[in-house]
Design a protein around this ligand. Structure first.
Ligand code: ADP
Length: 398
């Protein structure tokens, strides 16, 4: 079955058509600047990448271009839309309503809409993507795969904040966590690589991308994760602060004359390694170059980042009373050997024997980075959220 995977943002739409049986990507691309001027990028497997300006006032036109490109004589990879068996949508926030993926119905859409408040930038865009597909592919089953679903197994002691209980009751203020599709995918893969039963492992997954989170996976279930009600909590990220003393908000707001929106912009867009490096960059390639050239702020930014990851690993080892394997994934986790080495330099006490030689220069490849006999095994496992969505979609639709 061919599954069209859609990841819809407020002004962009990423897509992949995946043969869910062979798990091969047939074509992929991205529609950008939707509602502005429209930019369409498309690449069939083994073919050239094409970029063109296309008017896209709404997501419906964007999906129209996607379907046209997938089916036309020149660039197409299927002869008609009938060959697309289902659509899998990445959905950001399922609140407490969705603990697993679901076939999308009118009821499901309503329930997702009720979660909009929890993800005002993402959820409405996800729903627009669903509705645009429904319009253009009537009758094709759609599945929603939620970033938050994997973490719904967390116990109350991990998801409750130290706040008045009524905020949980009235507003559902609690930890939800994100990147669940990725944490689930790579923790499962680690079990396969180790040839151990997934439901008998203590795994810590470090999803380190622009947005970054760590998850404790105990016996195949998420039991704690570093992101919270929103993706702002936890690790120091590209431009997000992660954990801070909440009183800093008031202190800086007074000093700088900022209101709550201004303060949220500082924490979401001006902070993280970008902020610590004095506005140099949020990209670890730039920070690495600057660090190696002796830039002190860039060095500090990378050290703060790695130290925070190591602290979360320590916390989650405690939460699970041990750890069998630690997995690095996403842009930084898969590619940045300096960060991986810095993080693992804190983990000797757990019994991690890190192989610096294997780590050096390793990019984007599945590999074990612990030495033979290491008490805790360390891996790089590339994440593949699109493939995970395609698998879930096929499983539900079949
Ligand atoms: P997201 O999906 O959250 O946007 P990604 O998982 O794609 O993020 O990660 C993007 C980040 O990965 C970049 O901002 C950069 O910091 C880092 N990155 C990508 N390639 C490399 C590399 N070769 N070396 C170091 N860091 C890299």
């Amino acid at each position: 079955m061919n599954v069209l995977v859609i990841n819809c943002g407020s002004s962009s739409l990423k897509f992949q058509l995946i043969d869910a049986e062979s798990e091969k990507v047939m074509a992929k691309g991205i529609c950008e600047r939707i509602g502005i001027d429209g930019q369409f990028t498309y690449q069939p497997a083994g073919g050239e990448k094409e970029k063109s300006a296309k008017p896209m006032p709404t997501h419906t036109e964007a999906i129209q271009y996607v379907l046209e490109a997938l089916t036309n004589d020149k660039t197409g990879v299927v002869s008609s839309l009938d060959e697309i068996g289902a659509v899998g949508h990445r959905m950001v926030h399922g609140g407490e309503k969705f603990a697993s993926s679901v076939v999308i119905t009118e009821e499901v859409k309503k329930a997702v809409e009720e979660c909009n408040e929890l993800a005002p930038l993402h959820n409405p865009a996800n729903l627009i993507g669903v509705e645009a597909c429904e319009k253009l592919m009537p009758g094709t089953p759609m599945v929603g795969v939620f970033d938050t679903a994997f973490h719904q197994t967390m116990p109350a002691r991990a998801y409750m904040y130290g706040l008045p209980y009524e905020y949980y009751e009235k507003y559902k203020v609690r930890r939800y966590g994100f990147h669940g599709t990725s944490h689930s995918f790579v923790s499962k893969r680690a079990a396969e690589v180790m040839e151990k039963p997934y439901d008998q492992l203590k795994t810590i997954v470090c999803h380190l991308g622009n947005g970054a989170s760590v998850t404790a996976v105990l016996n195949g279930k998420s039991v704690d994760t570093s992101m919270g009600l929103t993706p702002l909590e936890g690790l120091v990220m590209g431009t997000r602060s992660g954990d801070i003393d909440p009183a800093i908000m008031e202190f800086i707001a007074h000093k700088e004359g900022l209101d709550i929106d201004g303060m949220m912009k500082v924490l979401n867009k001006d902070s993280g390694v970008y902020g610590i490096s004095g506005g140099l960059s949020s990209d670890f390639r730039d920070l690495t170059d600057a660090s190696l050239a002796g830039d002190k702020k860039a060095q500090t930014a990378m050290e703060v980042f790695s130290y925070r990851v190591a602290k979360y690993i320590g916390a989650y080892a405690a939460a699970m009373n041990g750890v069998d394997d630690i997995v690095f994934t996403a842009g930084i986790g898969e590619n940045d050997d300096i960060v991986r080495s810095q993080v693992c330099s804190y983990l000797g006490y757990l019994g991690v024997e890190f192989d610096e030689e294997k780590n050096k220069g390793l990019r984007g490849k599945e590999e074990e980075l612990s030495k033979p006999g290491s008490k805790v095994r360390v891996f790089v496992i590339p994440t593949n959220e699109e493939l995970a969505i395609a698998r879930e979609t096929m499983a539900l639709v079949k």
